[in-house]
Design a protein around this ligand. Structure first.
Ligand code: SAM
Length: 280
């Protein structure tokens, strides 16, 4: 059962997340994610393929994927507020029987059959919100077909330390909790979030028989600025502003990010990390 804080956080979040691209830092981040996912899927998709978006929220990623892939989609999420926004979208309704919407917890995905899914995507850190992340990876392994892929994001541990020290000048108690328990608290309305490294994500995968293909930092050099966290996505940071008005700059930053974001020496700089792993 979701907690009251979980419910109220995602009730507010659901009203603005579809406008996140108005701030170009988030547009950049979204474009990087989409590019990584498309690179890893390649042209393997046919009409019998099923993509499950785990913690898929308002369905905004399924809508992006459906423009490119003619296949089946499952939108899976614990928040009824997020799913309600999805259900009310005409573009989601138009997918007809190509989309199934499931309200459930990632720790127990009993509504999804064993070995029935080709790709699991999980974008902007649903696993940072769960209680038992081992259970989630075990469920991903159970529902995947042989050779199926997961593309799963979690918040970055080192970036959280960097940000708490530099941007928040956090007190030692908070830093100790982050250091020792890998839990970060960004503000009172957000539940405490789990943070991950390339190594912890890859260990989670391998201990659940998912073979790590690559881990990415997203983004690794571009950093969100204060205004980029405006919950209504209206304020413009100097970085978002430059990315918006200067197309050459946008392209250059995108290319720099893509050139380095899976290099072992810099992955852990990522604000968020994405592990791509395969079921053998
Ligand atoms: C930050 S939002 C990202 C939503 C969406 N993936 C996107 O990128 O727009 C995290 C999502 O994870 C979902 N979530 C968190 N914990 C969950 C759980 N235990 N089971 C299923 N969904 C969960 C939330 O309801 C929310 O929709």
């Amino acid at each position: 059962m979701p907690t009251q804080r979980f419910k109220s956080f995602f009730k507010d979040y659901s009203t603005n997340v579809d406008q996140a691209d108005n701030q170009y830092f988030w547009k950049l981040s979204d474009d990087i994610i989409q590019s990584i996912i498309e690179k890893n899927i390649g042209n393997q998709i046919n009409k019998n393929t099923t993509i499950l978006d785990a913690g898929g929220g308002t369905g905004r990623w399924i809508l992006k994927f459906s423009k490119k892939y003619q296949c089946n989609f499952i939108l899976y999420d614990l928040s009824t507020s997020m799913l309600e926004v999805a259900k009310n979208k005409d573009s989601i309704k138009k997918l007809g029987d190509k989309i199934r919407i499931v309200n459930g917890d990632l720790e127990n995905m009993s509504a999804i059959k064993d070995a029935s899914i080709d790709y699991v995507t999980s974008i902007y850190n649903p696993i940072s919100f769960v209680k038992n992340v081992e259970k989630v990876f075990s469920e991903f392994n159970r529902i995947l077909k042989k050779d199926g892929l997961i593309m799963v994001m979690g918040q970055g541990y080192y970036n959280a330390l960097y940000s708490k020290i530099n941007n928040y000048v956090a007190d030692t108690k908070e830093l100790e909790e982050l250091l020792g328990k890998s839990l970060v608290s960004w503000n009172k309305s957000v539940p405490k979030l789990k943070v991950f490294t390339k190594e912890t994500l890859e260990k989670l995968a391998t201990s659940n028989n998912l073979y790590p293909v690559k881990t990415y930092g997203i983004p690794i050099f571009a950093q969100p600025q204060f205004e980029d966290f405006d919950s209504e996505n209206k304020q413009k940071s100097p970085l978002s502003n430059k990315l918006e008005i200067d197309n050459k700059f946008y392209k250059a930053v995108f290319e720099i990010e893509m050139a380095f974001n899976s290099q072992d020496s810099v992955v852990n700089r990522g604000m968020n990390l994405m592990i791509v792993a395969k079921k053998k």
